[in-house]
Design a binder for this molecule. Structure first.
Ligand code: PAF
Length: 282
């Protein structure tokens, strides 16, 4: 495995790989088993002849909250070990100054899917994601890129960006990886208090029971209220949103034959957790 810290080093390492299948896994570091699963899927996808590139970059531009950026876990040495174990060929680990010019003045805004769910409470977040993912796509020029379904809205927005801008990259969504108790893996889980860590599997349980209630005939409003009530009965927990939406448009379900998404974001004390469940409505 080789590591590039600058764009120039990245170009040099990628030059011999041009023409091969190159699978990119963008990350912000603090890699856990969920990222390892994305990297392994990328390795399988690339095969022996292709290459896997992982980026480890804590993108300041997508943080709407300075405290969240400051407390985001940083484990660069462990991240390199994880990448190596998962069969990554090239890791790109730039600093913010390497990545962005100080007088940068171009923004990338998606204007429909970003207005709801996490986008409604995190202004500028998805513009920051689109900007950095675009830059990574331009720098790496992969044939494929893998994103986790835990950040379902991010995946939907990146698919839309690739479609609307004719970016010649195939986007793959990877299933959520969970702890044995059902909690979706997240770099933020380490910041939960012991009490909130013990309570957090309620997110998954409440989504599953809401999905059963929905298939048994309860309305969208009823199932969302059910999840909210269950989670907010835990001391120190407040839901940011619970919504059942179309899985592609992320807006109201209008066609019952299309896949839907039950999505939740909830504050467990100071830590904001997200999770979701795909459901077929019919
Ligand atoms: O999902 C993430 O970790 C980040 O949003 C991404 C896609 C690496 C962009 O910074």
């Amino acid at each position: 495995m080789q590591t590039a810290y600058t764009k120039e080093e990245l170009r040099t390492l990628l030059a011999p790989l041009r023409g091969k299948r190159i699978v990119l896994v963008p990350t912000m570091g603090a890699l856990h088993a969920g990222h390892a699963s994305l990297l392994k899927q990328a390795r399988t996808m690339a095969g022996e002849d292709g290459a896997v590139v992982a980026s480890v970059f804590l993108n300041p531009v997508q943080f709407d909250n300075a405290g969240d950026l400051a407390t985001y876990p940083k484990t660069p040495m462990q991240d390199l070990e994880t990448c190596d174990k998962c069969g990554v060929d090239v890791v790109f680990m730039p600093s913010p100054d390497t990545m962005y010019c100080s007088d940068r003045s171009i923004t990338m805004e998606e204007t429909h899917l970003s207005t709801v769910l996490c986008g409604a409470s995190r202004p500028g977040h998805f513009a920051g994601v689109c900007l950095v993912v675009n830059k990574l796509f331009n720098l790496v020029q992969p044939t494929d890129a893998v994103f986790g379904k835990k950040d379902y809205q991010q995946l939907a927005i990146i698919r839309r960006m690739v479609r609307d801008l004719d970016i010649p990259i195939t986007i793959h969504g990877a299933e959520i990886v969970r702890e044995n108790d059902g909690l979706a893996l997240s770099s933020r889980n380490v910041r939960l208090t012991p009490e909130h860590r013990a309570a957090a599997p309620a997110i998954r349980r409440s989504l599953l029971s809401a999905a059963s209630a929905f298939s048994a005939g309860k309305s969208v409003e009823e199932v969302c209220t059910q999840v909210k009530t269950e989670l907010e009965s835990i001391p120190g927990v407040r839901c940011d949103y619970v919504e059942l939406v179309d899985a592609v448009t992320l807006h109201e379900v209008t066609d019952p034959h299309r896949l839907a998404l039950l999505a939740v974001a909830a504050w467990f004390g100071e830590v904001r957790l997200i999770d979701n469940l795909e459901l077929s409505c019919s």
